[in-house]
Ligand binder design. Structure first.
Ligand code: FAD
Length: 355
């Protein structure tokens, strides 16, 4: 129903399945979804940045529109067993076969619920070419002959997938960008995945629950919040959550006003990964042993949300590249590394409409 109104991607133009609305509308929608505690809220499908910057008009209509309209599901398949942080070290191959490509290799940690219609990601098109100039970026239909997905369950219990590809045949027009431009195309996706679009709202259910717990639960005669030490710990969580929100808001403003961005996305991303782990530890100190009880235990406060948070905080440190890698990116962009790096092109800096 949201997709029918174009509210999943409110600012994207109507011709691509979006709402054709302004940034102000998007902020209002995000706030209302937040107030209603609606799952998901507004945002953009992950393939959106790469297609808007690098896709042909036919590719945008063929792949972007059905995903924005929630008619098709798409999973991001970048990581390989030997190349997660070092994404440029991928080895899965795409070989030309007439007008088609044959793709062989393995991907890992590929997130997504349900059954996808497409996967997408970079593959080696030229093993002789130097790093960063040897990749193509492909969309792979699922199911396809030779393509297999197997469930990979992590500590937080959410679904990731192992992906196996054995000579999977892909039509030539499923290549996004040139056959040596896959690194640049992936960079466009990663700028947004690394927090480059920010967010107009900060939603932190874990802090909200912790505040409620500190207000209501008793420790002897006092509430938890009335205890000096536990009050300080709860406040640390509240403050870090606010800082995280401000980073996201700053990035949202910079992105939507089309300012040149460099370190801001990765700084926000690494801060959020670090604060979530710190908050999980402090929440454990505040809630005590009860924070270890899962959702099935009737004694668990707030249906076990703090227990799930502790597991989640460890898992969330990794998607999109771990904390240390975000620090490497920031260091390169603020000029304290041997390597200098600029941000990849995003739909915002490329001048795409309705970003
Ligand atoms: C919940 C979840 C969802 C994910 N979803 C997806 C998805 O949808 N699609 C997808 O393609 N991938 C996905 N990933 C994979 C994710 O991108 C990788 O886990 C991540 O890039 C790290 O790669 P790795 O796990 O192989 O760790 P490694 O690269 O092996 O790194 C291990 C550790 O080594 C350290 N390290 C590595 N390099 C450096 C360095 N240069 N400097 C300092 N320290 C370093 C880091 O501390 C890191 O934690 C997901 C992962 C998780 C956990």
């Amino acid at each position: 129903m949201l997709a029918e109104k174009g509210w999943r991607s409110p600012t994207l133009s109507k011709e691509y399945g979006g709402g054709g609305l302004s940034q102000e509308h998007e902020v209002i929608l995000a706030e209302e979804f937040d107030r209603a505690r609606a799952v998901g809220g507004v945002g953009f499908p992950p393939l959106f940045p790469a297609l808007l910057v690098w896709g042909t008009e036919e590719q945008k209509r063929k792949f972007l529109v059905p995903v924005v309209r929630a008619e098709k599901v798409i999973f991001q398949a970048f990581t390989e067993p030997q190349s997660g942080s070092d994404l440029a070290g991928i080895v899965s191959r795409a070989e030309r076969d007439g007008d088609d490509w044959l793709i062989t290799g393995q991907k890992i940690f590929v997130s997504g619920q349900g059954i996808p219609n497409y996967l997408y990601g970079p593959f080696v098109t030229d093993p002789q070419a130097p790093r960063h100039r040897n990749l193509g970026y492909f969309i792979i239909p699922y199911p396809s002959k030779g393509l297999e997905l197997r469930r990979q369950n992590l500590l937080n219990g959410h679904g990731q997938n192992f992906v196996f590809l054995d000579s999977v045949r892909i039509p030539g027009d499923y290549l996004i960008g040139g056959d040596h431009q896959g690194w640049q195309v992936a960079g466009t996706s990663l700028e947004l995945e690394h927090g480059g679009r920010g967010s107009p709202i900060q939603r932190d259910e874990y802090v909200n629950h912790l505040l409620e717990y500190a207000r209501q639960s008793k420790l002897g005669e006092k509430t938890i919040g009335g205890d000096e030490v536990l009050q300080q710990l709860t406040m640390e969580n509240y403050i870090d959550s606010h800082i995280n929100g401000l980073f996201k808001l700053r990035n949202y403003w910079m992105y939507t006003t089309r300012q040149e961005m460099s370190y801001q996305g990765s700084l926000s991303y690494l801060f959020s990964k670090e604060y979530l782990m710190k908050n999980a530890n402090r929440a454990r100190d505040v809630v005590g042993m009860y924070s270890l009880l899962g959702e099935k235990d009737p004694r668990a406060p707030h249906e076990g949300i703090q227990e799930a948070f502790q597991r989640g905080s460890l898992v969330w440190a990794h998607p999109g590249g771990p904390i240390e890698v975000q620090k490497v990116i920031v260091a390169r962009r603020i000029g304290i590394s041997q390597t200098r790096e600029r941000a990849a092109t995003t739909p915002s800096t490329a001048g795409a409409s309705g970003v």
